[in-house]
Design a binder for this molecule. Structure first.
Ligand SMILES: [Zn+2]
Length: 285
């Protein structure tokens, strides 16, 4: 379990983003989105590496939000090379309603932690995102829940719409909301029914294969780096959702000599490597 709340003011209300991945062992792309265990990318990529980096956006996110991340919900299944099941043959993402500490220990532990947060008045668990990979669909996309409250239903669409603006491989048009009976035991469905009406629960799916950028027809094969970039864009999107953009530090730029130069700014990464990004790349690479 990774917990990031380094800079939160003492006594401040904790707005928590809870992320889980790899409940299905064969869905390896979910791990690349969440955690760059092999340090494949020279820049802070994927959700965890970006959030713990010295990137100005990551610093602002750590100042205002608490991220709790369980990057591998089914370690036994991964070790055994299972595709979908745990050591004991359970699909853990069908047992959220009543996980057993004996038969589903990782799921039971994570659910207990979420219940404790839910019962703590100082904590507002605002987002739950469970990361998977999809074997037939293209792009990244989300599954969400259906609520009778139309306003809550509309609010739930905000995060995937923002992510669609930030990530070229994420498709809002492939994002769907459902309450299929067969999905009742998933984390997204169970927690969507448990948590209060200011909480939003999603399954984030990413294709095993390719993505098509909006306005084009060519399928771009996913690489490990592209999965990690999606993870970084998921994290960055919370900056837009919570309207924290104005708090991101930018070094004072000299008076621009040309029109083009006015849309450039400098970012210094923790490694000391100097990177020049355009304003466009700042929110949507
Ligand atoms: Zn899955």
């Amino acid at each position: 379990m990774v917990e990031l709340q380094a800079n939160l003011r003492p006594g401040a209300e904790q707005k928590v983003v809870f992320i889980t991945a790899r409940v299905h062992p064969g869905e390896t792309p979910s791990s690349f989105v969440c955690q760059d265990t092999r340090r494949l990318s020279p820049l802070p990529s994927c959700i965890i590496d970006f959030l713990v980096s010295q990137h100005p956006i990551a610093k602002v996110l750590r100042d205002h939000l608490v991220f709790k991340i369980a990057p591998m919900l089914n370690p036994d299944g991964v070790y055994l090379g299972n595709y979908r099941c745990s050591l004991m043959g359970f699909d853990l993402n069908r047992h959220w309603a009543n996980p057993s500490p004996w038969a589903h220990p990782t799921l039971h532990g994570v659910k207990q932690l979420i219940i404790e947060m839910y019962n703590n008045p100082k904590i507002n668990l605002e987002f739950y995102i469970d990361i998977h990979a999809h074997s037939t669909m293209m792009n990244g996309f989300m599954y969400g829940n259906i609520f009778e409250d139309e306003e809550r239903f509309q609010r739930q669409a905000v995060l995937p719409k923002l992510l669609c603006q930030n990530a070229e491989d994420f498709s809002y048009s492939s994002t769907s909301f459902n309450r299929d009976a067969v999905k009742a035991g998933t984390g997204r469905r169970f927690l969507g029914g448990l948590l209060n009406d200011t909480s939003y629960c999603y399954t984030l799916e990413v294709s095993f294969y390719s993505y098509i950028v909006a306005g084009t027809t060519t399928a771009v094969p996913y690489t490990e780096e592209a999965y990690m970039k999606l993870g970084r864009n998921v994290a960055r999107t919370f900056l837009d959702y919570y309207r924290l953009n104005s708090l991101v530090e930018r070094p004072l730029a000299p008076t621009p000599k040309t029109r083009a130069a006015s849309c450039m700014f400098l970012v210094f990464w923790a490694t000391g490597v100097q990177i020049i990004e355009t304003l466009g790349a700042y929110s949507s690479d």
